[in-house]
Design a protein around this ligand. Sequence first.
Ligand code: F6P
Length: 363
Amino acid sequence: GKGLAVFTSGGDSQGMNAAVRACVRMAIYLGCKAYFIREGYQGMVDGGDNIVEANWASVSSIIHRGGTVIGSARCMDFKQRAGRLKAANNLIQRGISNLVVIGGDGSLTGANLFRQEWSSLLDELLKNGQITEEQKTKYAVLHIVGMVGSIDNDFCGTDMTIGTDSALHRIIEAIDAIVSTAYSHQRTFIMEVMGRHCGYLALQAGMSSGSDYIFIPEDPARENWREMLCEKLLQERNAGQRLNIIIVAEGAIDRDGKPISAEDIKKVVVDKLQQDTRITVLGHVQRGGNPSAFDRVLGCRMGAEATLALMEATSESVPVVVSLDGNQAVRVPLMECVERTQAVAKAMADKNWELAVKLRGRS
Ligand code: F6P
């Protein structure tokens, strides 16, 4: 059977294990040889024990575990051609020319470049005597399929990335916990949540916990945000509420693009309203812990679909990313999604928030 390898790259997220498991088991079911590549691209470059054949049992008892059991890394070596040459050799020597990459846009872009460069890498390996003419012919095309694992839900082309739902569970559990102590002391809490340049986690967490105010990068704070904030907090207190909760995305900014931190907000609340105010930065708690049922099922569906997509790939087909469209697992052209995701980043940098939001939405 064909050789297929799966690896996780970039920041981890809950549900990656479910995706790895489904991908491996579908591959075995279809009669392929399935491999894990440990530690992301670094393991591909280093080879050796980092590339191991997986069997049915090697993915047992991982579906409920957070993180990625096969490890993940940000890899500098793969950014150099010499690293990619080593990686290509390691794959060919094991008969692998099908890759499933689970990661964010950077990891998926890397896979696509590797695929484009593949035949020139094989030429070089042949010239160096590292592979045979037969190997070069047999593994002439590198097939890749992507899955998006990230708590940020910042990738264009999928309604949900693997891990976002679990991170949200973690966040609202934390907010609920904070609410009880805030209530006792009539305090105001500012909770900083992750999401890099994406406000999805902040927005959803704020809505699902009934927070009073939310700061997100896609809707930068207006010039008079201080007054607006104080007015809202006072309004809630005057209506009888004993506490206030403010959610700030780590990438929150004002209309000039200047970051707004939890400290900046605290200063306003303390100076203008003299409220007893505390800050809680949730940090990596959000990325840890067991995946939610949603992320387990999402990982299962995407993993199985990724393997199927690889098995159906031909030398003419464009690489795809398996994504969620409504409630359907679908295949969408990988580079279209990556380019759109990068266009969002550019629109944000250009302070064109409207365009950024439009590009993030469904096309
Ligand atoms: O992309 C996931 C994420 O957790 C972001 O929300 C956050 O900005 C970043 O990764 C943190 O990166 P690191 O784990 O390298 O500190």
